[in-house]
Design a protein around this ligand. Structure first.
Ligand code: KG4
Ligand code: ZN
Length: 339
């Protein structure tokens, strides 16, 4: 079965073709980073308009890459939420219109379910059950995953997501958008100094997180001062140490709590090298195996949406009636239907 995946929830347009027996045949992503950079963040209206411009050329490119024809497609999966309403509507209307034209089902997919299942696209995928750490720009969650669509929320951030804290702190450090990768690159030039930032909720005994205080701590360090290049790099280093220490410690704690031995890490912050280093070290000490998506599939992409739609199609789902669609800008992951 050949499934087309369409991702347009925020500032990346992703299109991919996944075949249930041959795997990922092709995928392409257009990132709007350069367009939003001047504004220091995503401008929703510009994002929607750009998705409109990109979808058809991306689809043509992916069909060509895959050697497939439109007529071979058995289902069209699209991100129905959560995300920016206008951006989601572009992908949803494109996907649903195409599905009607081809006479195939259109499958609404939860963006975070896409991230969560993306390590299953790897050569050596994890088996269920596992614990998933979802770390994106909008979410920081630990999920107990027993099967596709079977997700129990163990804990989440009570305020800013980890990616959001990276982005906001990067801005305070005078770095561009998106801040996560830039702050992380700056941190690589820094190291331990006299400065110690808090490790929020590290010892709270539950699986909740809080990152907004860390951003305030960074603000306190930079307000009214001109930092030297060394001080900026050391501050970035210490910030990254604080975030990754808490994420790694709580993830390992959650795997032990569920008496499992597998952890899956997904979402944009999952690309962070220091987080991977820490998780690998902490997990190895406790006999836990950590699975990551390929780095290219950590941030938003169509492949994870195609994969997720394909699993639901295989399980017999056919989506809403032909031509019907809606988007859900807010949509808690633990309310999706198990297959
Ligand atoms: O999953 P994603 O692409 O989009 C959302 O669904 O939100 O995640 C984007 C987030 C941004 O906050 C970005 O700064 C962060 O992931 N990010 C990183 C790194 N790469 C992306 N944060 C820290 N280190 C990185 N290497
Ligand atoms: Zn995402």
């Amino acid at each position: 079965m050949l499934v087309l995946g369409i991702e347009s929830s925020c500032d990346e347009t992703g299109v991919a073709l996944y075949d249930t027996s041959r795997g990922l045949l092709g995928h392409a992503v257009h990132t709007q980073v350069a367009m939003h950079e001047a504004y220091g963040g995503v401008v929703p209206e510009l994002a929607s308009r750009d998705h409109i411009r990109r979808l058809v050329p991306l689809l043509r490119g992916v069909l060509e890459q895959s050697g497939a024809r439109k007529e071979d497609i058995d289902g069209v999966a699209y991100t129905a939420g959560p995300g920016l309403a206008g951006a989601l509507l572009v992908g949803a209307s494109f996907a649903v219109a195409l599905s009607v034209a081809l006479g195939v089902p259109a499958l609404p997919v939860h963006h975070l379910e896409g991230h969560l299942l993306s390590p299953l696209l790897a050569a050596d995928p994890p088996a269920f059950p596992f614990v998933a750490l979802l770390v994106s720009g909008g979410h920081t969650q630990l999920m107990w995953v027993t099967g596709i669509g079977d997700y129990e929320l163990l804990g989440e951030s009570v305020d800013d997501a980890a990616g959001e804290a990276f982005d906001k702190s990067a801005k305070l450090l005078g770095l561009g958008y998106p801040g996560g990768p830039q702050l992380s690159a700056l941190a690589e030039q820094g190291g331990p100094s006299g400065l110690k930032l808090p490790r929020p909720m590290l010892k709270s005994g539950d699986f909740q997180f809080s990152f907004s205080g860390l951003k305030t701590a960074v603000l306190t360090q930079v307000r009214g001062r001109t930092l030297s290049a060394r001080e900026r790099a050391d501050l970035a280093w210490e910030f990254q140490e604080a975030v990754t220490e808490v994420l790694a410690a709580k993830s390992v704690m959650a795997v032990r709590h569920c008496q499992l031995d597998r952890l899956v890490v997904a979402g944009g912050v999952g690309a962070n090298r220091r987080l991977r280093q820490r998780l690998d070290a902490d997990a190895a000490n406790r006999g836990i195996r950590v699975h990551y998506p390929e780095v290219a599939l950590c941030t938003d992409n169509g492949a994870m949406i195609a994969y997720c739609g394909a699993q639901r199609l295989l399980a017999g789902e056919r989506g809403p009636r032909a031509g019907a669609f809606g988007v859900k800008p807010r949509w808690p992951l633990d309310t999706v239907r198990p297959v």
